[in-house]
Design a protein around this ligand. Structure first.
Ligand SMILES: Nc1ncnc2c1ncn2[C@@H]1O[C@H](COP(=O)(O)OP(=O)(O)O)[C@@H](O)[C@H]1O
Ligand SMILES: N[C@@H](CC(=O)OP(=O)(O)O)C(=O)O
Length: 454
């Protein structure tokens, strides 16, 4: 049995959904299908999820939201009309959204989660209806009925361990199961979404739960490439990589697969294959526990923007027992998570995602650190990127850091921070955001040869 997840780009239009139906029909083992909400049809298009967020925000601000509602409904209408589906399905979608808009919720987060999830939920119903209209026996299944239990932090769900046993029962279904991605339900029956891009997570959970032989993740590229193709021209394809490599690269900016989706697959040893809905014959990228040794210690280079660094200096910091704990406790008190903490003897930098900060919060953090830790200096700097080199081979190759640092220096990219994970499968450079694309290109040329020569 295989679980196949189709991302937003694969279900963005009627034409794409026809390709999805053909892919499902072609392999009888594709028994569980996870779908996203209709995504972008072209570069400047808007995802249905983003349209739903706009609708929710207009409603929260008590504005007339008919235009925003119409924008969402038009997406489904265009798809349903071209797929020649019964008009009743469109009425059902409109009724569903109007009911959701007029219900009462515990808070805005719950309301937005419910609206966001409707993108995948209504699309799963639509895709199931289309499969049935083409003669494939398909059934829409709701995550609540299936037992996809999650923790209850709005927009940030995590699967609960007991969900796996409930979801195992999906194996018994005779039809092709069409399952909406991106959300589950708390033990109290409240709908909660995963972080953005979370349909990949739903697919991985189902693949682990039903002990699938393969988790196929269908998207709009032939494979995972060694660098983001929007930054590097014709980057080399990665044919095979390990869970750990993919997790690090996804975390560091490879948006093609959600980093949290690797964990259920890895724990249950389910191979993951990233494939192209527009070119399903291409073998794609296989993600497995181990891969053969390759000459290049680096398998991929990722970059992500939007980091801030909290710089703290205090003479004899290294001798002060509990300093690090007290520093992190201040951040914990204001619910800030950190990404890296490179340290010297008298100073340390805590690198965080800057979206967590507001000017008032920054002020509070600086005041508390100055007063409670009696430091010599504390300040916050913004707009950094983290560029990450990843590869299992880095662990036993001498000189990767030197090669990377020299290549960056030769192109005048200033390195603000270097951090190597203890597993030594990743190496992170903190740089100024403005240098991000150049840094990726420079490192790509260093480790994979000149861009566009493949
Ligand atoms: N290293 C990479 N390899 C392949 N694609 C990448 C990489 N980094 C970023 N991407 C982007 O990820 C996109 C696919 O992910 P996403 O837009 O989430 O797809 P979906 O709509 O299928 O969920 C690609 O079109 C590509 O622009
Ligand atoms: N639709 C949701 C969930 C998702 O995974 O979408 P996609 O498969 O288009 O990345 C989002 O946009 O975040």
């Amino acid at each position: 049995m295989k679980v196949a997840k189709f991302g937003g780009s694969s279900v963005a239009s009627a034409e794409q959904i026809k390709k999805v139906a053909a892919i499902i029909k072609e392999d009888k083992d594709r028994k569980i299908v996870v779908v996203s909400a209709p995504g972008k049809r072209h570069k400047n298009d808007e995802k249905t999820t983003d349209l739903l967020i706009k609708l929710g925000e207009a409603s929260i601000e008590n504005k007339n939201s008919e235009l925003e509602l119409a924008a969402v409904l038009t997406r489904y209408e265009e798809i349903a009309t071209e797929l020649e589906l019964d008009e009743a399905i469109l009425q059902e979608i409109e009724d569903d959204l109007r009911t959701k808009l007029h219900s009462t919720y515990e808070n805005d987060g719950r309301f937005l989660d419910t609206l966001k999830a409707s993108g995948e939920d209504n699309n799963a119903k639509l895709v199931a209806a289309y499969l049935n209209s083409t003669g494939q026996d398909a059934v829409y299944i709701n995550p609540k009925d299936a037992g996809l239990l999650v923790s209850d932090e709005a927009g940030n769900a995590q699967v609960l361990p007991e969900a796996y046993d409930y979801l195992y029962r999906l194996r018994e279904r005779k039809e092709v199961v069409v399952f909406p991605g991106f959300f589950g339900y708390s033990k109290n029956g409240i709908l909660v979404t995963f972080p953005r891009g979370g349909s990949d997570i739903t697919g991985a959970i189902l693949a682990a739960a039903v002990q699938a032989e393969l988790y196929e993740n269908f998207t709009d590229v032939d494979s995972v490439y060694a660098a983001n193709p929007a930054i590097v021209k014709n980057p080399v394809e990665i044919k095979r990589m390990t869970y750990r490599e993919m997790r690090e690269l996804s975390y560091a900016g490879f948006s093609v697969f959600h980093d949290e989706a690797l964990i259920p697959a890895f724990r249950n040893k389910i191979p993951v294959c990233v494939k192209n809905t527009n070119n399903p014959k291409s073998s794609g990228t296989l993600i497995v526990a181990e891969r053969e040794y390759s000459l290049n210690p680096v398998i991929g280079i990722a970059a992500d923007e939007g980091f801030a660094t909290i710089y703290v200096r205090k003479y004899l910091m290294n001798r002060e027992v509990g300093f690090g704990r007290r520093l992190l406790e201040i951040l914990e008190d204001v619910s800030i998570s950190y990404e890296h903490i490179p340290s010297g003897i008298d100073d340390t930098s805590v690198i965080i995602r800057q979206a967590q900060l507001t000017p008032a919060l920054e002020q509070r953090i600086i005041e508390r650190i100055s007063q409670e830790l009696e430091v010599d200096d504390v300040h916050i700097e913004h707009d950094f990127s983290m560029v990450m080199l990843v590869g299992e081979g880095m662990n036993n190759t001498v000189g990767v850091t030197a090669r990377a640092a020299t290549a960056l220096a030769n192109q005048q990219v200033n390195i603000e921070m270097i951090n190597q994970g203890s597993s030594e499968t990743s190496l992170v450079f903190g740089i100024h955001q403005k240098d991000t694309d150049r840094a990726v290109q420079v490192l790509y040329n260093e480790f994979f040869g000149p861009e566009d020569k493949h």
